[in-house]
Ligand binder design. Structure first.
Ligand code: NI
Length: 200
């Protein structure tokens, strides 16, 4: 087990698709343990293998709070088998130190994956919880997709990246999300209305 260096935004490997794991070998178990150690030391809620320079389809998540016992979840060869709803998610990423922005996510996801022992499991996360959003964020890393590709306000995100000395948004990578856009637009309007209410 060891703490590994986290690859920062701008490194081409973050944009590469990761390989399937054919066997949960000792090497993969060490990778899982390194991911967990590195995630905990960095106070992250999730970390994907390409972020430590290993392009395998593996990520780890722990959304437990400080008051709760640790609750690591390991995902090997994950597949998102169901997704629905939409949520505005304020996200950061260990590969983008200190930069945060609002992105579009599904509210509900069902994922199938293998755990550290190679056993298959299905996990459902609903209602736009941190777990639901985190699964999508980490899953994306395995396809070379980054949270800024789901950005809601490109200019706000751009300013945030600049503030933290990170390379600019790659405009050609911003995703078209026809499933999410109408609902996100509605959520943004509700947000504006809520603000108006408060001023009255
Ligand atoms: Ni990330």
């Amino acid at each position: 087990m060891s703490i590994r260096k986290v690859v920062k935004y701008g490194e081409p490997s973050l944009r590469e698709p990761s390989k399937e794991v054919h066997k949960v070998s000792q090497k993969i178990k060490v990778l899982v343990d390194d991911l967990l150690d590195t995630m905990y030391v960095q106070n992250g809620v999730g970390l994907a293998a390409p972020q430590i320079g290993e392009n395998y389809r593996v990520f780890v998540i722990d959304v437990s709070t400080d008051k709760e016992p640790l609750n690591p979840i390991v995902f090997i060869n994950p597949k998102i088998i169901k997704k629905s709803g939409a949520v505005i998610s304020h996200e950061g990423c260990l590969s983008f130190p200190e930069a945060f922005t609002d992105v579009k996510r599904y509210a509900n996801v069902m994922v199938k994956a293998m755990d550290r022992n190679g056993r298959s499991f299905v996990l459902e996360a609903k209602d736009g919880t941190l777990l639901a959003r985190c699964i999508q964020h980490e899953f994306d890393h395995l396809n070379g997709v980054l949270f800024i590709d789901h950005v809601i306000n490109r200019f706000e995100a751009e300013a945030e990246l600049e503030k933290h000395n990170l390379p600019p948004i790659q405009v050609d990578k911003i995703l078209d999300e026809p499933d999410l856009e109408p609902e996100i637009k509605k959520l943004l309007e509700e947000k504006v209305n809520q603000k108006d209410d408060k001023q009255d």
